[in-house]
Structures are given as C-alpha cells and as structure tokens.
Ligand binder design. Sequence first.
Ligand SMILES: C[S@@+](CC[C@H](N)C(=O)[O-])C[C@H]1O[C@@H](n2cnc3c(N)ncnc32)[C@H](O)[C@@H]1O
Length: 355
Amino acid sequence: MIRRRPPAEMAAAHRDGPVAAAQPHVPVLLDEVVESLNLDGGLAVDGTFGAGGYTRALLAADPALQVIAIDRDPQAIANGQALVAEAGGRLRLVSGRFGDLDALLDEAGEAKADRVVLDIGVSSMQLDAPERGFSFRNDGPLDMRMGKDGPSAADIVNEADETVLADIIYHYGEERRSRAVARTIHEARRRGRIETTAQLAELVASVVWAEPGSHIHPATRTFQGLRIAVNDELGELVRALHAAERVLAPGGRLAVVTFHSLEDRIVKQFFAARSGRSAQGSRHLPGGQAETIRSFRLVTKGPVLPGEAEIARNPRARSAKLRAGERTESETPEPLAALHALASLPEAARGGHRR
Ligand SMILES: C[S@@+](CC[C@H](N)C(=O)[O-])C[C@H]1O[C@@H](n2cnc3c(N)ncnc32)[C@H](O)[C@@H]1O
C-alpha cells in the first residue's frame, strides 16, 4: 500500500497544515478512511463534503490528487468556498446528490474516478442548527431537509396517511411503538398543524417511554425515521453505490462510512454480492449454472470501527462503520434489485404521501 505520510503525520497536516482551519464537524474514522483509499494521484470524489474534513485530509495526504466534492446542502457548498480557494485549483465543489454521482461527474467533464468516499448521514452543523429542524433538543421548524427541495418533515407529519407515517417510523426509525406514535400524531393534527420539533418530540414522548437506564430520548427513533424519509437517504445510498461502481476505474477504491444498521446492511450486502461472497446478484446462465460478476475486491474484510480513544474524543463516532472495496476490471453488473427493496418502504407506504 502506498501511503504518502504515516497517519499521525497526516493527522497533524490535517490539523495544522496549509489547508487546516477550525472545524465545527469532527470527521469520523479519518485516518482509517484515508488509509483504505490507498491514494495514488488521479481523481477522488468526496460525495459528502459536509465541513470538508475528508476532502481536506485527502488533499493534504496526496499532493498529486484532484478532488471533486459533492453536497446537497447549499450551506455546506457556501461554507466550502474558502477551502476551494486554499486548494489552489485541486478542488471542485459541486452542488447535488451523490445518488447522481455519475451524472455530476459527467457535467464536470470527467468520465472516470479513481477514488470515491461517502460519509453517510447528517453533519454536526446540520444537527446543531435549530432552524434546520433535525433535532428535538433545540426547538425549531420541523424541516429536516438536507437540501432545500421536496417535502419537509412537517409536510409528511401533517399530510401523510396514518399507515404511511407508521411505516416510516417503524421501517426507517425502527420504533416498535410506531403505530401508537402515528395514531397520536394523527389525532393531534386535527387540532392544528404540528410545526416544530419540540411539538413533535412532546407528542412522541407521550406514548414512547425511555428504556430504564437509557439516555436515549424517546423521540430519537421517530426523528431518525422521518429524516431518512424526508431525504430518501437509503435510496440515495443504493443509487450512489451503483453509480460509484460505474465510474470507478479498475483498481479504483470505494470507502463508505455509515452510522446505523439500516445503512450498514445495504453497504455490507452490496460489497458481499459484488465480491462474490454472497450469491445475490449472480447471473444465471443457460444450463442452470450461476455466474457471479465480481466488480469489487474487499479491502476491509469486516467493518472497521473507531477505537476507544476516538469515541472518547468524539462520542458521535461510536456507531460508525467503515467498509471499503477495490474495483476490479470486470464489466458493471446489473443493479442489485434486492438493495433497492431494502431501501424502500412496503407497498402500502409507497406514494401514500398526499401533497
Ligand atoms: C456526515 S456529513 C459529512 C462530513 C464530512 N465527511 C466531513 O468530514 O466534514 C454528511 C454530509 O453529506 C451530505 N449529504 C447527505 N446525503 C447526501 C446526498 N444524498 N447527496 C449529497 N450530499 C449528501 C450532508 O448534507 C452532509 O453535509
């Protein structure tokens, strides 16, 4: 593995080097991500620019690397302009969704990439800004959109059928009391629109009780479910994995960091199918044999987890998992239908959101 600088030195460059600055979002598994990408010049795509933590480290770790960084949040793009200026022509910042990664690359005049990295989820800046409506800890409008387009959480909470709400909260939030939560919301909205995060958190807390000894707020799972639905987070992830598979040059690498089991299951199954570790996605040949197209070789055999020191420094890292693979020379196989199914709600919920 070509490592241009040892991780400690790289981290120091990341903190103190010419492209270092105060950061509101602490990057998770940073050294592990950079190492898993095995940088060697060419073009890297950071699909989740956020506060620029990964992009900054990639630029610092490999002076020959060009980076295209994507984010769907206009605020992240605006904040990133300072880093674009510092990077001396090596960084292009693109507004868009990582699910459209290949189309965005095409628009930037690039057909292939050598590295793709995704750090799934919300940034601390998004979570901590009450006006973005992601958190029940600070009252704010019930928005939760990472971009500024499409229905907000308030639209879904106030307009979706009760069964659709229950499905979102159950499947994307993994909340066992989903039906009770959906019923309570349905009844409350007859009295008026639910507009703020505190209003919703209070409604949820009236029917979901904190587990004994748990510090988790009773509304955590409901908020997670709504956030995933509002931003189509799992659908975006599935589209991005397939897009990365199409754009990566042979020998190119894909690294993905996830923060909960729904996301990790998708990434794990993708790499398992594409590296031939599971039969999913095998093509059946005449005569009945199955042929698996191995489009990736696993770089990480299992998930890479943060160490105790990182978790102590940054508690948000505690549920992070990194998986990485290297693109082989094989053709790009058919998309994995099973992954799209994993990202979708059951039939009842599809299209059930009345606008
Ligand atoms: C966890 S943060 C990334 C933090 C970044 N790695 C850093 O070190 O600063 C995730 C970012 O990805 C963005 N994002 C989430 N889903 C996206 C999507 N489908 N397309 C583009 N950006 C997305 C969010 O807006 C957020 O800024």
